[in-house]
Design a protein. Structure first.
Length: 609
């Protein structure tokens, strides 16, 4: 069978396989694995607050044990050279808290040695130290951080709390509440971690269990109110596990009781995020049900599945029902537009983002002409998406113009990634690709022109783009090329040609592509020693957009995607999503279904003859 026939047959097989995985409510619900810190924090929190769910703790303990390497350490990503200090400290501590593992076991002794040899707890990440401080196993800074003082400093430099990115605000607000009081929860199950400190002055924490409401200020009230107004119906803070953990401790710090309904609902909300992950269970930071459903629907429509089929209409209804109609924090910098975006998770109702919105709109496009209600929702979504373009021409993730470059220079770990929400190549490229191919918005339209200019200005000297939310230069280059092509640039444009040449130059001998999470840390392309299915699909898709005829690189890439032997083990399990460099990476179970299917469809459609 020749390649075109194989491609058509494979598209049909993959599309029908996806249809069989649809849930009764019209969604697709794939697992979403992120850093093991969510599992570790859950075990520690449940023990600290004496919430004795033994089955859940055992399940999370099994996953931590399954992820430990032979050296005793845990890693942030599979090919990390030795191990990750923060990940190892979190997993080790959680296992001690679980009560099922002894520190005298050989594997635990190896982990403890790795932690000490790597500098001890004092060298762990800021988030690790904050969470440990809340639990009384690491000291808060000697100098108290008073919210009132912080807000005075912010006012002095003409900075507003809303100048921070929304993700930073959700995590900083509860931390400030705890830090101001040096609040620490103590209980009898807290393990002794003195052997993990390497300096005498870090051995003891000044923990206290607060039973009365501490000194209250207007700034404390502001922070508490900020948190309470952003709790979703499932009890989580903006639908993220990490922010919810910190919220629980922050509210305890200002006098909430562990049995308060807000605290208990937050814990049950966290429990609802637990999902099977292979042979173990994992606490997802935020289940990607809306994201996955939009992408699967888009892939199936591209494959040729009729939009009028009952399954596709059911999926469309799910997507339409999750369009956000409430005002969110995005309105602070963008007040003159109605809500209309989409978020990542089912529970997310006030925190839309650019990527989920453009993905949802792709699916709605096929239904908008025939259905007035869908048409109105679609127009509202496009209006919101266009209004979120930054002044510099690019698109951010969550909020408009929260990209003050000086914040990246603050002495805070990962300040540039954690505090700001700048324009990125991946979001700008994908938004351009949607607007060009679906809305017909191309050059020389002014906002398209400014986005194209932004992308060209941020192209690396080798022709690639850095992708903020994926791994990493392959991902960013795919978004950049497909976006520029949809915006009206011809394949011979130097930016597209240079990107295509770079992608072809890094192709592996087996026809695939593979990039390490190390790229996200070093900020230059770091190859994997093997190809991954998702990154190969991105690279092939980019080359298809850049090439009028199928090149040798494209054909080899398509053959890699067609070869079923490539769909096993590390080639389909390497993380391809990014949260924080060196710390938080994600593996989407859906991606091996979605992106190869779309690449095959685009190959079929462009080179049909």
């Amino acid at each position: 069978m020749n390649r075109p026939a194989k491609v058509i047959k494979e598209i049909e097989r993959r599309a029908h396989r996806l249809l069989k995985l649809q849930q009764p409510d019209g969604s697709w619900c794939f697992s979403f694995e992120n850093a093991l810190l969510t599992d570790a924090y859950m075990i520690i929190m449940l023990r600290t607050l004496e919430w004795d769910d033994e089955l859940l703790i055992r399940r999370l303990t099994r996953r931590l044990l399954a992820k430990q390497t032979k050296s005793g350490a845990w890693k942030a990503y599979p090919d990390e050279k030795t191990g990750n200090l923060s990940a190892t400290s979190e997993a080790y501590t959680a296992l001690l808290y679980s009560g099922f593992i002894s520190r005298d076991e050989i594997a635990m002794k190896k982990a403890a040695k790795f932690i000490k040899d790597s500098g001890g707890l004092k060298k762990t990440s800021l988030l690790t130290k904050v969470f440990f401080a809340f639990n009384g196993i690491y000291p808060w800074p000697e100098r108290e951080v008073d919210p009132a003082k912080l807000f005075r400093i912010m006012k002095k430099v003409r900075m507003n709390f809303f100048d921070l990115g929304s993700y930073a605000r959700a995590h900083f607000a509860p931390v400030l509440l705890g830090m101001a009081e040096k609040f620490q929860v103590q209980n009898s199950r807290k393990p002794c971690l003195d052997h993990l400190f390497t300096e005498e002055d870090c051995k003891k924490g000044s923990g206290k269990k607060s039973t009365k409401r501490p000194g209250y200020s207007l700034h404390t009230a502001f922070l508490e109110n900020y948190i309470l107004k952003r709790i979703e119906d499932d009890g989580t803070l903006l639908s993220y596990a990490t922010s919810t953990f910190l919220m629980i401790y922050g509210l305890l710090a200002v006098g909430y009781n562990p049995n308060d309904p807000v605290i208990r609902k937050a814990i049950t909300g966290l429990i609802s995020l637990v999902h099977p992950a292979g042979k173990t269970f994992h606490l997802q930071n935020s289940p990607p049900t809306v994201w996955d459903t939009s992408l699967v629907n888009y892939a199936l429509l591209t494959a040729g599945i009729s939009p009028s089929s009952s399954q596709m209409r059911n999926s469309m209804s799910f997507i339409q029902n999750h369009q956000q109609t409430r005002m969110g924090d995005w309105q602070y910098h963008n007040p003159d537009v109605m809500p209309g975006g989409w978020g990542f998770s089912k529970s997310n109702t006030i925190h839309p983002d650019i990527d989920d919105t453009q993905a949802a709109l792709r699916t709605m496009f096929s239904y908008a002409e025939a259905d007035k209600t869908i048409q109105n929702a679609y127009k509202r979504g496009v209006g919101w998406l266009l209004s979120m373009q930054n002044k510099d021409g690019g698109w951010p993730a969550f909020e408009k113009d929260t990209n003050k470059s000086w914040m990246a220079k603050l002495h805070i770990e990962n300040a540039g990634d954690a505090l700001t929400d700048p324009s990125t190549a991946d979001l700008t490229g994908r938004t351009l690709e949607f607007l060009g191919n679906y809305e017909g918005m191309r050059l020389p339209t002014s906002n398209i022109q400014s986005a194209v200019y932004w992308l060209k200005q941020h192209q690396e000297s080798n022709g690639s783009w850095y992708g903020r939310w994926g791994i990493c230069y392959i991902y960013g280059t795919w978004a950049g090329v497909t976006g520029l092509a949809a915006a009206g640039l011809r394949p011979k444009d130097p930016a597209i040609q240079k990107a295509a040449e770079w992608l072809s130059s890094i192709q592996n001998p087996d026809g695939g592509w593979g990039e390490s999470c190390k790229s996200d840390i070093e900020k230059y392309y770091c190859p994997l020693l093997y190809s991954t299915v998702t990154q190969t699909a991105w690279a092939v898709d980019a080359l298809i957009a850049a090439s009028p005829t199928p090149t040798h690189s494209i054909k080899k890439g398509i053959d890699f995607l067609l070869h079923r032997e490539n769909y096993h083990g590390k080639q389909v399990s390497y993380p391809t999503g990014a949260g924080l460099p060196g710390t938080f990476y994600m593996y989407y179970y859906s991606y091996n279904h979605i992106w190869p299917l779309l690449a095959l469809c685009h190959y079929r459609d462009k080179y049909r003859e």
